[in-house]
Design a protein around this ligand. Structure first.
Ligand SMILES: [Zn+2]
Ligand SMILES: [Zn+2]
Length: 383
């Protein structure tokens, strides 16, 4: 009997996930068909969905799990209430699980939602049975968070907070708009189901579907579509290699409202000490992955020794250019901050920086050209 070896079912979670899902797909449209919803229902759905989502991404994830920035106490309370509203356990528990996920990513025995156990397990299955129950209350990897008064307050009062937010907010809105049942269905249940599954996608789809521009040492993927559904968390390949960066989408065109929010809040002193991975490390991680992908493509071709040597040499030249440019830039900024704006040394470093920039631009072009040329040449040989 295969079932005998499986851990016991967690009926509370099964009933919760199943009942809310059924209500969302059956009762929500039926009520709409018979009684109709107003614009207010949908406006509050978007607001409450965004509040829950951002409390998880900006609060539970980037602030508490990864310490990617610091936040004011008032903002922490807002996240703590939003996290209870999102019904994803306390910030302490969530962060503990998530830190284990990063430390042991893809390890089926240790990663709480290992994607190597398949879509279902990493999406929701891991919460339906008592997997890893032995470390359920072990928060030793979150000693820092146990000193955070907002985190401990939320953890201690999690159940009443979760019930108050999940029933209190929709009922209050129902009173205001004259439709308590409609608001309970839309802001209560539909919002909860959407919030649950979009967050769960980060553990499931973001480890299964997308590209790996920075590393293929784990299953994490970058996926712009998922970023759209998850307030920017879809750039998961980047996140798994630079987990303490407050950004997930690092380019201006990447959809990362969590990053925009954290940055905007810093102008109002609600957030501070925003951490960023060094640009040189990001660029070199990407180039290294491109090198490995190209080497992998050439593995099945014959007579590639010279091309492989050229690639490695070009990669070393790029590494030198990147390091030179960013170190000179750092030096230049240090001199400028010291108030030596008119000094002779500053002028010399400025000239060196301009040269390093030119060389780097040229080197990047050469690197891209060599990769293209190599791939084209050997794809011809393959066909
Ligand atoms: Zn992950
Ligand atoms: Zn993370």
């Amino acid at each position: 009997m295969a079932n005998e070896s499986k851990p016991p079912l967690i009926w509370l979670n099964i009933v919760l996930f199943l009942s809310t899902f059924i209500v969302a797909i059956v009762l929500v449209p039926l009520y709409g068909y018979f009684y109709g919803y107003s614009t207010a229902h949908f406006v509050w759905l978007v607001i409450s969905f965004t509040y829950c989502g951002m409390s998880i991404t900006a609060g539970y994830h980037r602030l508490w799990s990864h310490k990617a920035y610091e936040a004011s106490k008032s903002l922490k309370y807002i996240y703590a209430l939003g996290g209870a509203f999102a019904l994803q356990n306390s910030a302490l528990h969530w962060s503990s699980d998530h830190r284990v996920h990063h430390k042991h990513v893809d390890n089926n025995d240790k990663d709480p939602y290992s994607a190597k156990r398949g879509f279902w397990y990493s999406h929701i299955g891991w919460m339906l049975r008592e997997y890893q129950s032995e470390r359920y209350s072990d928060y030793r990897n979150c000693r820092d968070l146990q000193k955070d008064k907002v985190v401990t307050w939320q953890h201690k009062h999690y159940l009443p907070l979760a019930l108050t937010m999940n029933f209190g907010v929709p009922i209050l809105l129902g009173f205001l708009h004259g439709d308590i049942i409609g608001m309970l269905l839309i802001v209560g249940v539909l919002r909860l189901v959407l919030s649950h599954h979009t967050t769960f996608f980060i553990n499931s789809l973001a480890h299964l579907w997308g590209s790996q521009p920075y590393t293929n040492k784990n299953t994490a993927k970058d996926n712009g579509l998922l970023a759209f559904l998850t307030f920017g968390e879809g750039y998961h390949n980047y996140h798994h290699i630079f987990e303490n960066d407050y950004r997930n989408g690092i380019y201006w065109w990447q959809f990362d409202p969590t990053k925009w929010f954290i940055k905007a809040a810093s102008f109002f002193k609600l957030t501070s000490k925003l951490k960023k991975a060094p640009s040189s490390k990001i660029e070199l991680a990407k180039a290294k992955q491109t090198l490995q992908n190209t080497q992998h493509s050439l593995a099945s071709c014959s007579g590639t020794q010279q091309a492989l040597t050229e690639l490695e040499n070009e990669f070393l030249r790029l590494t030198r250019s990147v390091t030179e440019f960013y170190e000179t830039k750092k030096h230049f900024l240090q001199i400028s901050q010291k108030g030596m704006s008119e000094s002779y040394e500053r002028s010399l470093v400025a000239i060196r920086l301009a040269q390093a920039k030119c060389e780097l631009v040229q080197q990047r072009k050469q690197w891209q050209a060599l990769i293209q040329l190599t791939l084209t040449k050997y794809s011809v040989q393959k066909s």
